[in-house]
Design a protein around this ligand. Structure first.
Ligand code: ADP
Ligand code: UDP
Length: 235
């Protein structure tokens, strides 16, 4: 599989076309951004970790019946994926208070909820990805009711699978963001699942093993990504 043209360069990945109109190649970068691109930096080794971790997790999710865009890992940083039409919704699931939720609700971080929450942001960098609900999404034709039902079901299932899996690695899954796309009439999981898009805390030390180390200048960001990757035990 060969890259043809650069289709899109995002904050964390480059996306290339291939000979096959249904197939893209994503190339993961070490670039890191936060606060809607205001803070920029590099997390050395992140591209390879996020690529390999995403693919490892997507394979697990496929085994549990969640369709994903994964076709084939090509090398450390690059993966062939099904080209989807991304739904302009960031789907966020939370098990514990943290980040924007903690701020909005006036809560400290790390409080476990009685049950997971699900919310949407409108994927629009100019607006700073504002919080929306399913009525906004329907009114603005961002997605159909069927698509929202499907991705809601998948998002909670992803949460169950990931929570159980990370539990075995002595990690609490605090929250995460996922994206879905349309592929030949189906809604499938796309983009990535990595320490860039999840909050992951060590169960014993409550140490943050995710992008919050970069966002909040906590130091040890590379080590945290390596730590999560090491615990996955990918050969
Ligand atoms: P951003 O656009 O937020 O800067 P990235 O740097 O991760 O993010 O860029 C990757 C882009 O590719 C994102 O906009 C994402 O929605 C999109 N994308 C991810 N998977 C697919 C796919 N299978 N088909 C088409 N686009 C995808
Ligand atoms: N998240 C993400 N991309 C975004 C916004 C959030 O991957 O553009 C992830 C973030 O890493 C966290 C979860 O979504 O795991 C919830 O983030 P939150 O809404 O608390 O926003 P933040 O505090 O990151 O601004």
């Amino acid at each position: 599989m060969e890259k043809k043209e650069l289709l899109y360069e995002g904050k964390a990945k480059k996306v290339y076309t291939t000979e096959d109109p249904d197939v893209l190649i994503v190339s993961y970068k070490d670039d890191a951004t936060a606060f809607n691109g205001l803070k920029k930096g590099t997390i050395v080794g992140k591209g390879a970790i996020n690529n390999r971790m995403t693919n490892f997790i997507f394979r697990k999710l496929e085994e549990k019946g969640i369709p994903t865009h994964l076709i084939q890992e090509l090398n450390d940083r690059e993966t062939a994926v099904k080209k989807v039409e991304i739904l302009p919704l960031e789907v966020i699931v939370r098990n514990y208070s943290a980040g924007s939720f903690a701020k909005k609700m006036g809560m400290e971080e790390g409080i476990k909820f009685s049950r997971p929450t699900l919310e949407f942001s409108y994927k629009n960098d100019d607006l700073g990805d504002p919080f929306i609900n399913s009525y906004y999404a329907l009114a603005l034709d961002l997605a159909t009711q069927e698509e929202i039902d499907a991705l809601t079901k998948y998002a909670f299932l992803v949460n169950e699978v990931l929570q159980e899996y990370f539990d075995g690695l002595n990690i609490d899954l605090i929250d995460f963001k996922i994206e879905f796309g349309r592929y030949h009439g189906q809604v499938i999981l796309a983009d990535e699942i990595s320490p860039d898009t999840c909050r992951l805390w060590d169960k014993d030390t409550r140490e943050k093993l995710d992008k919050d180390r970069f966002r909040r200048d906590l130091g040890g960001t590379e080590d945290a990504y390596e730590e999560v990757f090491g615990r996955l035990g990918i050969q």
